[in-house]
Write a protein that binds this ligand. Structure first.
Ligand code: AMP
Length: 197
């Protein structure tokens, strides 16, 4: 199964992706996690991405497309994967399509988590507080000022993807404001329906 999760920052894509990983045994490909790992490792990609990420802006299409193309060729992706936080621009969406075509792979679903913007800042503050309470590092971009920029980037560059996938007839939506278990249930039922098609 190959799935794209769409939605603004703080919509719950990561949480839902982890649940899908557990249930379906396919990996979560989070470009945010991959970029943070590159920053942590001090690699060339990490050095180029760090300031952009800290400012809440988007890393270049060229960098993220290359990271994803390399990742989906790894053995654990051969039976499917969940794209979390990628694609985030129309150019990335075109790149995904090309990558899949070249590998004779098909997308099974694009699922959008629909959320209320006003609730998102609160979620981000909670995510930072929870990380702090658990003794985990707090993401530098999980603060209200940077979050505003992340949201602006989302509306400018990522929100058009819902139209892109809608036009292709593969966009499905769930209520991202519902309780976490309910959102999971909605996603599972969409995936189940897709399989029956
Ligand atoms: P995330 O963990 O998905 O919220 O991503 C954190 C940050 O990583 C974003 O604010 C961007 O700076 C960068 N990033 C993650 N995924 C992408 C992507 N697909 N395209 C461009 N930048 C990305």
């Amino acid at each position: 199964m190959r799935l794209i999760l769409l939605g603004p920052p703080g919509a719950g894509k990561g949480t839902q992706a982890q649940r899908l990983v557990e249930k379906h045994g396919i990996p979560q490909l989070s470009t945010g996690d991959m970029l943070r790992a590159a920053v942590h490792a001090g690699s060339e990609v990490g050095l180029r991405a760090k300031a952009v990420m800290d400012a809440g802006e988007l890393v270049s299409d060229e960098i993220v497309n290359a990271i994803v193309a390399e990742r989906i060729d790894q053995a654990d992706c051969q039976h499917g994967f969940i794209l979390d936080g990628y694609p985030r621009t129309l150019r990335q969406a075109d790149a995904v399509e090309r990558m899949l075509q070249e590998r004779n792979m098909k997308l099974d679903a694009v699922i959008e988590l629909v959320v209320d913007d006003k609730a998102l800042v609160g979620r981000i503050i909670k995510r930072a507080d929870d990380a702090k309470a658990a003794g985990l590092p707090v993401r530098k971009d999980d603060n209200p000022a940077v979050f505003e920029e992340r949201l602006r980037e989302y509306y400018k560059k990522t929100a058009p993807l819902t139209g892109y996938y809608y036009a292709k007839g593969c966009l499905q939506s769930v209520d991202g404001m519902a309780a976490v278990d309910e959102v999971t249930g909605q996603i599972e039922s969409l995936i189940g329906n897709n399989r029956n098609n």
